[in-house]
Design a protein around this ligand. Sequence first.
Ligand code: BGC
Length: 768
Amino acid sequence: MNKYFSTQLIARVIPLCVALLPFNKVSAQNKTEDAKMDVFVSGLMKKMTLDEKIGQLNLVTIGAPTTGSVVNKGVEDKIKKGAIGGVFGIWGVDHTKEVQEAAVKNSRLHIPLIFGLDVIHGHRTIFPIPLGMSATWDLDLIKQSAHIAAKEATAEGLSWVFSPMVDIARDARWGRISEGAGEDPWYGGQVAKAMVQGYQGASLKNADAVMACVKHFALYGGAEAGREYNTVDMSRIKMYQDYLPPYKAAVDAGAGSFMSSFNTVDGVPATGNQWLLTDLLRKQWGFKGFVVSDYTAVNEMEAHGLGDLQMVSALALKAGLDMDMVGEGFLTTLKKSLIEKKITQFEIDQACRRVLEAKYKLGLFDNPYKSMDAAREKTDVMSEANLSAAREITKRSFVLLKNDNQTLPLKKTGSIALVGPLANNQRDMLGTWILAGEWQKSVSVMQGIKNVVGDGVTINYAKGSNITEDAEFIKRLNFGPGMVTVDPKPADELLKEAIDAANKSDVIVAVVGESQSMSGESSSRSDIDIPEPQKNMLKALSKLGKPMVVVLFNGRPLTLTWENEHASAILDVWAPGTEAGNAIADVLFGQYNPSGKITATFPRSVGQIPIYYNHKNTGRPYSSGPTKFKSNYLDISNDPLYPFGYGLSYTTFGYSDVKLSKTTLKGNEVLTATVTVTNTGKYAGEEVVQLYVGDPVASISRSVKELKNFKKINLQPGEAKEVSFSITPEQLKFYNSQLKYDWEPGKFVIEVGTNSSDTHSASVWWNK
Ligand code: BGC
């Protein structure tokens, strides 16, 4: 080796070794921790009977929620016998402690239970529904919301949350689109990572850390026709490219557990799908945690047509499912299957080990009552700090969909007609999955406006209409008591009150949309308009010629073609959570300039669904307006009403052309794309600058563009900032027909803009 080379080598290798030192130290520490865990778990398992091992695989519910037709019986007795590994559906120190004591004091081996719950967008302090949270495009805030949820959940006896839901959804008919981060696989992955990190913190042993449970694995959001629990069938390329990335990102972020989904994947229910639960999740992605089924999903494989309970339970275990939620197929049949040699002892041991390891990682063997500290329950739940963080986060989730003639922000003087069934309403502020959240503690829009403007503004309130008057619909919405109540006043009278209020006022603020139970699980809708009585009210009010602001509550993209034409302004507030009214008033009266952008495309009509920005070009692409023999409709444009990434501000932003550092690149070179963004309006504001890349020539037909990065910037009026993105070949990779993940040389179109449809672009050639 010559001298020059060896000095170069030393110069490079030494810093590398130094840089790797802490990493080596951490990985050595992890190895020691893993070795200690192995010794502990193996020692414990040696003492366990077969029944006790199977017991660890049994997850039961004691309280709410019951989302299936079965609930568990004889729980106390089973806990004493060691026939239960975990419990969900209860919270609160007193209650969880009592149940934990039953396991720790009364069962033979004193193995603690794991306590889970659907903490989806906050525990007690409720944040916006996840679709709203994703509209913040602020990963730090998303992480912070998950951390606050973890802090509150661990103050109330819990160590495991059934979140994040990372299912990609391209169909607004599906009610659970509200529970995810929208349609984009890359952004979905970023949100998944932020949530997992927020929940789990630096160590699961921390007092305020909960184990995340990533759901629903996999492809649940691809249900045909957006109908809940329906069949999913898609190509492997589509899976890998568009639906699987967020689950993978969650594995990479260290998620401790996964939940299998209800649907089929390649014809086999996910819960019994070996390719999915073992080959993909564990072998390809290296997942080390445990997998729980969804609610009675093992039993539901009978209805899917995979055999009787014994057969499907064995199938699930063999596929790699470790814990059975509610249905007790594992508890009641695995022993028999073992005797009949339909499963092996190794398969039971493996599942049992994974569940015990989760408890070990959470520190439950050191302290089973770790999250059952009565003092923390008093200080850490719905604290001032949590509520004020929620208000900050909530106002950042709102999306300004329209604002003609700068109708918003409103003046803090004069009079407003505050109308609509959601205007003076606490019940519907929180949205789906709020088990421990109390709607009685949420701030109504009316109250929020009073808090923000005091007596400065005269409020003329009228309910104006019922949420809906469709008796059948109301019956389904009322799956919990009093979810939708109907005002006995005749519709005409309600409407007249709203018109009278409007006639007395300078501006109309109509608070309308979906009530709490209209979205979420088992809430598919074939018509995604604002319900008829509310729409009738808007139509009548729009004839008065006054400025009309629509404050829209929605758990999904709605079809708003009429509203977009007739309202002066539309502010989308999703289901905003505990601080709803305060955050809405902050934005309506200009204390905060809205900066949210939608993460799911809003269609013009339900007939355009599925609709998403990263679609294929087709062989006969649509250009502008329906034309015969093109890929379009006869009766409607292909364009959505609001594209992915869209959202306005009280100010305006101007974009320069895209400057590229090079136009021809080779191999691992890095490309820099830069734009100058200028605040051309009168208000300070935040803008989400989005980077998309198109790959027009490849070995397979690629999406027209894909989101690759974004930056959220803050600009004073008149201020300009350069925003640069580095692009590497890693970001050009995709799955080809052999499912090989790589990039192919050629032309790439680099687009930067304010939303997926409104971009500036430039092209590069990238050679290998
Ligand atoms: C849902 C899951 C949820 C589970 C437990 C199921 O019906 O699909 O998302 O975690 O119930 O409540």
